[in-house]
Design a protein around this ligand. Structure first.
Ligand SMILES: [Fe+2]
Length: 462
């Protein structure tokens, strides 16, 4: 009898220890081979051949529900030869009857640089779930591309997003991009900010914006990249006389912000398949009474989970980050918006900024006020999972210094470069995976079956 009690006690201790371990955060033991984050030289990305050939082609969703596409490209000359026109047709037809759209065209100056001619054309009224061809340029300079429109918005529509942040244009960025492209599942990219890192170069060398456009074209011309702005998009340089924040980014990357009644391209929303995606700006005012704040307040009321069960937020500075780099930089936005995210049961928040990978537990920290002193994150099944995916692989290198011990809100963290995939299966389940760029794409370094907060608000296990 005594032995039985002892045995039972031992089993209890064992079970408790297993339980405790399975709920502790993991700091990955994977050690990434240290190497300099070297940028690919400008010559790696020459402009395409041909007179006034279109280049830096990229597309993004052009309306609120997925029947529109913004087609963007650059030409060196602004001649009246049709180089500002996109022609497109349903891939099921022979292309003899092409539709066309005329772009708005602009240039910008930045210090000693003048941009090429930046064209943005919005195509609307596309069929859902349909392949389209489109072509740009004239004469011998014509270049042809294609894209798939998303399925009609609906609660059980399966859809797969790639997730990339802080990409830059180093050899590591190249590995990340081509790993992602080798995965046939990705249908669109959620981009968590920090694109070209032009501002890390003397005088914010704007040619790096051109080379970035050429670098991402093999993916961004064929599937929409949903852009959020990071700090490297600000390009504010008082010493150069460049004091208009976000000037290069907003000239080069258009988004459908008016379709969600936003007054700024820096914050907006789209619906795509079964997801409602809200893009926020860490570097625009968001306190009470500001445009972004009042827009988000109205926006959250518009989300209909019967139509789009998955509520996803894209923002640059992470709210839950246990890396020593950029520690607490997202804190004031967290304090401002977190109660709304919990109340509205946001499923996932993707952020960038920190050049490493981290996934949080479902936690919230909304009880704090200046008198009660309660300021510890607690488990909360109405809270989002926070994912830091600023690990695209840019010139600034890896963020490899973490706070110790690992805080309880941190479920998994690793100082490596890579990207993520979010495979939405139906209204209740999505499979989320993270892929190091040092591995082959099929190797999964972190994974979790996410349960929808509106339809299945149960705790998840990895
Ligand atoms: Fe950043």
């Amino acid at each position: 009898m005594k032995l039985n009690r002892l045995t039972l006690f031992c089993y209890a201790v064992l079970l408790l220890s297993i339980f405790a371990v399975s709920h502790a955060g993991v700091t990955s033991s994977y050690v990434r081979v240290s190497e300099p984050s070297e940028e690919m030289p400008l010559e790696t990305f020459p402009p395409p051949a041909g007179l006034n050939a279109p280049e830096q082609v990229h597309i993004t969703q052009g309306d609120h529900s997925g029947r529109g596409m913004i087609i963007s490209w650059v030409t060196p000359l602004n001649v009246d030869d049709g180089s500002n026109i996109v022609r497109y047709w349903n891939a099921d037809t022979d292309g003899s009857e092409k539709m066309s759209a005329v772009a708005s065209t602009s240039t910008y100056r930045y210090y000693d640089y003048t941009s090429g001619y930046l064209h943005h054309a919005t195509i609307k009224g596309l069929e859902y779930d349909t392949k389209y061809f489109y072509e740009l340029g004239t004469g011998r300079s014509i270049r042809q591309f294609n894209f798939m429109t998303p399925p009609k918005v609906g609660p059980d529509v399966a859809y797969t997003f790639g997730v990339i942040g802080d990409l830059g244009q180093t050899y590591a960025s190249n590995q990340t991009l081509y790993n992602y492209m080798s995965n046939p599942k990705g249908q669109a990219v959620l981009f968590a900010g920090d694109l070209s890192y032009a501002d890390d170069h003397p005088n914010h060398d704007q040619r790096k914006w051109d080379s970035y456009g050429r670098f991402v074209e093999p993916s961004a011309a064929y599937q929409p990249w949903i852009w959020a702005a990071g700090n490297h998009e600000i390009d504010y340089a008082q010493s150069l006389g460049e004091t208009q924040p976000f000037k290069p980014y907003m000239n080069r990357y258009h988004v459908p912000y008016r379709a969600s009644q936003s007054t700024s391209p820096l914050w907006y929303s789209i619906k795509r398949a079964s997801a409602y995606i809200i893009v926020l700006s860490s570097y625009s005012a968001y306190d009470k009474y500001t445009p972004q704040n009042s827009w988000l307040q109205d926006e959250l009321k518009k989300v209909n989970r019967s139509e789009t069960p998955w509520l996803i937020v894209l923002v640059h500075a992470p709210w839950y980050n246990s890396n020593n780099y950029h520690y607490m930089e997202g804190e004031s936005m967290r304090v401002t918006f977190e109660p709304w995210f919990v109340e509205n049961k946001v499923d996932i928040v993707f952020a960038g900024h920190v050049h490493a990978y981290e996934r949080s537990e479902r936690v919230s920290n909304i009880k704090y006020n200046i008198t009660d002193g309660m300021s510890t994150p607690v488990k909360d099944q109405s809270a989002p999972v926070y994912i830091t995916i600023g690990d695209g692989g840019n010139i600034e290198g890896i963020a490899n210094s973490y706070t110790e011990p690992q805080p309880s809100y941190s479920a998994f963290r690793e100082a490596s470069f890579g990207h993520a995939m979010l495979e939405i299966k139906n209204r209740t389940h999505a499979h989320y995976t993270w892929h190091r760029n040092k591995d082959d794409e099929p190797i999964i370094a972190d994974a979790i079956w996410l349960k929808n907060r509106y339809y299945l608000p149960e705790e998840e296990t990895t």
